[in-house]
Design a protein around this ligand. Structure first.
Ligand code: FBP
Length: 341
C-alpha cells in the first residue's frame, strides 16, 4: 500500500471520541472544525472572491472589521448555534454575548476570535482562529456569568492557523496538546502532532514582540528585550503579528512571545477570554509558562485571571521557562516579587 493513502488516518472526530465519552463535546469539536474548514476556503479564495478589504464596521474593541472578519464570524456563530450543544457564545466581533435560542441550546459556552491577526488578512500572511470552551454552571440555562470565570474553569481550548498548511491544535483541561493538519484531499483534520511540548532544552532562542511599542514598556521589559539582543548567545527576532502564528512557532521551536502592558495600554492589547486563556492553557500544558508580567501591581498567571467583562484585556508573556525566566530576572532586579519557575 503506497504511503499516499493512510487507510487508518486518525481524524479529529475519531481522536476526540477516543479521548472523551462526552458525545456533546465530540459534536462541539466537529462544529468548530467545520467552521474552520469554511474559514479555510474563504481565506484561501479571498482574492478570487473579492473578500479582501474593510467591511465598513468596527468590532467590540474598536478595530475596523475586515470582510473576512465578518464572514468568519458568521460561519462560526452559525456552526455553533446549529450544533445544538451551545448556550452562550462570545465573539471578538460582537459587542454583546450571543444567547442561543432555547430550541438549539446546550451545555457549552464558547468564546472565540474568529480571525486572529486582522492586520495580516489582506496581505496573505498567516492568520488564525482561537477558542475557549466552558461548561454552564450547574442550574444555569446559559448566561454570560458562565463565561466570566478564570481559566481554571475552561474545559477545552484550541487554535487553528491558516498558513501554507492549515493546522488545528487543541487540548482538554489537564490533558496533552495535540495537532491536526487539514488534509484537503479528504476534507478532514488528521492527527499529525502527538503530545506537543516545548523543546526540552529550551529550543531556539527566539523573541517575538512588537518593538514599535518599546518606548512605552516598563524598564524590566525593555531590559529583558535588550538582554535577548546582547546575550552571550543572542536571540533572533521573529514577529508575524498574528498571535496564533507566533505562538504556534514558539511552542514548536521554543522562545518567547510578549505583548506586555505598557504606558499606553495598561492592560495590554489582547483579550483574556478568547486569546489569553485559551493560549495560556495550551502553552502550560505544552510545558511552557503563561504570565501577565506586571499587571495590576504584581506578576500573575494568565489562567488565574477572572474576566470582569467579556472583552477584558490582559498582558501576555508566553514561552519556555528558560526565556520567561529572563523577564522575571529583570523584574526581580527591580525588587518585584516573581514566581519561581
Ligand atoms: P486581532 O484579533 O484583532 O487580530 O488582534 C490581535 C492581534 O492581531 C494578534 O494576533 C497579534 O499578535 C497582535 O494583535 C498584533 O498587534 P500589533 O499590530 O499591535 O503588533
Amino acid at each position: 500500500m503506497s504511503s499516499k493513502f493512510d487507510s487508518n488516518a486518525a481524524t479529529l472526530s475519531r481522536f476526540v471520541m477516543s479521548q472523551t465519552n462526552d458525545h456533546d463535546l465530540v459534536i462541539l469539536l466537529n462544529a468548530l472544525a467545520i467552521s474552520c474548514k469554511l474559514i479555510t476556503s474563504a481565506v484561501q479564495r479571498a482574492g478570487v472572491a473579492k473578500l479582501y478589504g474593510l467591511a465598513g464596521e468596527v468590532n467590540s474593541t474598536g478595530d475596523d472589521q475586515k470582510k473576512l472578519d465578518v464572514l468568519s464570524n458568521d460561519m462560526m456563530i452559525n456552526a455553533l448555534i446549529h450544533s445544538g450543544v451551545c448556550s452562550v457564545l462570545v465573539s471578538e466581533e460582537n459587542e454583546e454575548p450571543i444567547i442561543v435560542p432555547p430550541a438549539y441550546s446546550g451545555k457549552f459556552c464558547v468564546a472565540f476570535d474568529p480571525l486572529d491577526g486582522s492586520s495580516n488578512i489582506d496581505c496573505n500572511v498567516s492568520v488564525g482562529t482561537i477558542f475557549s470552551v466552558y461548561e454552564r454552571k450547574p442550574g444555569s440555562h446559559g448566561s454570560v456569568d458562565d463565561l466570566l470565570r478564570s481559566g481554571a474553569h475552561c474545559i477545552c481550548a484550541g487554535y487553528v492557523v491558516y498558513s501554507s498548511a492549515v493546522e488545528l491544535v487543541f487540548t482538554f483541561r489537564g490533558g496533552d496538546v495535540h495537532g491536526f493538519c487539514l488534509d484537503s484531499t479528504i476534507g478532514e483534520f488528521v492527527h499529525t502532532r502527538e503530545k506537543m511540548m516545548f523543546p526540552a532544552d529550551g529550543g531556539k532562542r527566539i523573541y517575538s514582540c512588537n518593538e514599535g511599542n518599546a518606548v512605552h514598556w516598563d524598564d524590566p521589559i525593555q531590559e529583558a528585550v535588550e538582554h535577548f539582543k546582547t546575550a552571550e548567545q543572542p536571540y533572533t527576532a521573529r514577529y508575524v503579528g498574528s498571535m496564533v502564528a507566533d505562538i504556534h512557532r514558539t511552542i514548536l521551536y521554543g522562545g518567547i512571545y510578549l505583548y506586555p502592558a505598557d504606558a499606553k495600554a495598561k492592560k495590554g492589547k489582547l483579550r483574556l477570554l478568547y486569546e489569553g486563556i485559551p493560549m495560556a492553557m495550551i502553552i502550560e500544558q505544552a510545558g511552557g509558562i503563561a504570565s501577565t508580567g506586571m499587571f495590576e501591581g504584581k506578576i500573575q498567571r494568565v489562567l488565574d485571571l477572572t474576566p470582569n467583562e467579556i472583552h477584558a484585556k490582559c498582558p501576555i508573556i508566553m514561552g519556555g521557562k528558560r526565556d520567561v525566566q529572563v523577564v522575571y530576572d529583570q523584574y526581580a532586579k527591580h525588587g518585584v516579587n516573581v514566581p519561581s519557575l
